[in-house]
Design a protein around this ligand. Structure first.
Ligand SMILES: C[S@@+](CC[C@H](N)C(=O)[O-])C[C@H]1O[C@@H](n2cnc3c(N)ncnc32)[C@H](O)[C@@H]1O
Length: 283
């Protein structure tokens, strides 16, 4: 990524921050199984010191802060000022006192060696500028017996929460073919790819698990449409490429593709993620 591309990506996240804040309750519900998966995989418990990399509007930091309790702590990190502000404001509203905030990128963590027990990242590893350097950094700042756990999306084909919208829009907007290693939600969808990154970075006992779950919330198609078209910078950019007259046709085509995932006021999409974990030292 060139420095210009990096700035553009961070600006897009800065714009996304207000929508991730606006939809925070829904996001927390929809992606709760991912947090639960990370907590289980990294064996997070009372008293631990946890690093969250790319914490966005606050997850999994906010949930983990309650799990580790007053004898533990969470260090939330994200390179985007707007994300840090919204996450910090939410922690304040909840009166959480064991959570700390730093604005920084995954590949340059401003912490001393062996500061944390565990490092986690929920849906952020796909956007790291240099994933091997980022994982090396995560390994550096955890204890010798610590682990790193990252959760990323599985293939687009088994994630209709995304594909129902993007497949339609891609029929209308010509895009440049994506470099498979460029930051993107599906950058690590191929099994083994993120595990290989952890191994290259020096992690031991690397394990990849598939997590199948439902993305569920009590929302209508209209609310889903609003949320999906606002939360992602890539999608906002593609939508901006549509002529205003095309918009109703695109929306109707997405509604036709998505109707089966909406029933009695509830949205429920099957989804697949991969949780990839590695240890600093061999067990
Ligand atoms: C899809 S959001 C996930 C946010 C949150 N963890 C969640 O699951 O709700 C991706 C996050 O990665 C962050 N991010 C982008 N580039 C990053 C980098 N180089 N290092 C760390 N985080 C990054 C973005 O700012 C954004 O907050």
């Amino acid at each position: 990524m060139t420095p210009e591309e990096q700035n553009k990506a961070l600006e897009a996240w800065q714009t996304s921050a207000r929508y991730w804040d606006k939809y925070r309750v829904l996001i927390a519900q929809m992606f709760a199984p991912l947090t639960a998966g990370l907590v289980e995989e990294a064996r997070i418990g009372i008293g631990q010191k946890v690093l969250d990399i790319g914490g966005g509007s606050g997850e999994p930091s906010l949930t983990i802060s309650c799990i580790v309790g007053p004898t533990g702590s969470v260090m939330y990190t994200d390179p985007v000022a707007g994300m840090v502000e919204t996450a910090q404001a939410e922690a304040g509203r909840r009166g959480l006192t064991n959570i700390y905030f730093r604005q920084c990128s995954a590949d340059d963590l401003p912490f001393a060696d062996r500061t944390f027990d565990v490092a986690v990242g929920r849906l952020s590893a796909m956007f790291f500028v240099d994933p091997v350097t980022a994982v090396r950094e995560a390994l550096r700042v955890i204890r010798e017996d610590g682990c790193v756990s990252l959760v990323v999306w599985g293939p687009k084909e088994v994630n209709p929460f995304f594909s129902t919208v993007t497949d339609v829009i891609d029929r209308f907007v010509e895009g440049t073919p994506l470099d498979p290693d460029a930051p993107d939600a599906f950058r690590f969808a191929v099994p083994g790819k993120l595990a290989g990154i952890l191994e290259n970075a020096g992690a031991k006992n690397v394990i990849e698990r598939q997590l199948n779950f439902q993305i569920k919330a009590a929302i209508s198609f209209e609310q889903f449409w609003q949320l999906r078209t606002k939360m992602s910078g890539t999608l906002r950019e593609k939508m901006a490429g549509l002529a205003p007259t095309q918009l109703p046709t695109v929306k109707q085509a997405v509604a036709d593709a998505a109707w089966r995932y909406f029933e009695s006021g509830t949205m429920s999409f099957p989804a697949q993620a991969l949780i990839v974990s590695g240890r600093k030292s061999a067990a």
